[in-house]
Write a protein that binds this ligand. Structure first.
Ligand code: SAM
Ligand code: ZN
Length: 166
């Protein structure tokens, strides 16, 4: 995994994660380290609170490097799939060596986070918001195959309603 990506300054914001090799569509990129579960929020630093938390269905994780530096893009090139209790990241399409690795934070998102997006893609939504179900319907349908299993389980009713529109 360490050979697959590099962390360095990103044109989007702060640091980002970049491909150290070429990936074909469907290739494995890295496994997220979910071992740092938050048990006591008062013990977190302000930085961890602001930037490092990942909210899953039943637990909150303090993200580790390199995945904590993966930026959001409105035209992402990776997605997350939980397999055997591991969250693996796969290429959504071909990724050239040196490209920034990005996912769309709204996928598997059910929070009210927001920021001005600097992803620079043609279809940039400009203002990122963290609730999947507030995305335009065509985007929700586009991302349907990329939703992770815990999110599908947690939002069964909404997903069933969405699937009927496909
Ligand atoms: C998990 S961090 C990603 C790594 C971050 N660049 C860093 O250096 O720590 C998430 C934060 O990065 C920033 N960010 C991620 N993607 C962005 C984008 N496309 N445009 C602007 N800011 C972004 C936002 O402030 C967001 O809350
Ligand atoms: Zn964007």
């Amino acid at each position: 995994m360490a050979n697959n990506v590099t962390v360095k300054q990103s044109p989007m914001q702060g640091k980002g994660v970049f491909a150290s090799k070429h990936f074909d569509k469907g290739d494995f990129v890295l496994t997220i380290d979910d071992s740092h579960v938050v048990t006591d929020e008062t013990k977190l630093t302000p930085e961890q609170h602001a930037f490092d938390l990942d909210y899953l269905a039943d637990r909150t994780i303090v993200m580790q490097s390199p995945e904590k530096f993966i930026n959001h893009s409105c035209d992402p090139n990776v997605y997350v799939k939980t397999e055997n209790n591991l969250r693996n990241i796969y290429a959504m399409r071909e990724i050239a060596e040196g490209d920034e690795i990005t996912y769309d934070y709204s996928v598997n998102g059910d929070n009210d986070g927001t920021f001005q997006c600097h992803c620079g893609s043609k279809n940039c939504r400009k203002t990122y918001q963290g609730n999947f179900f507030k995305l335009p319907t065509h985007l929700q349908l586009h991302y349907l195959p990329y939703l992770d299993t815990w999110f599908l389980d947690k939002h069964k009713t909404e997903i069933e309603a969405l699937s009927k529109q496909a």
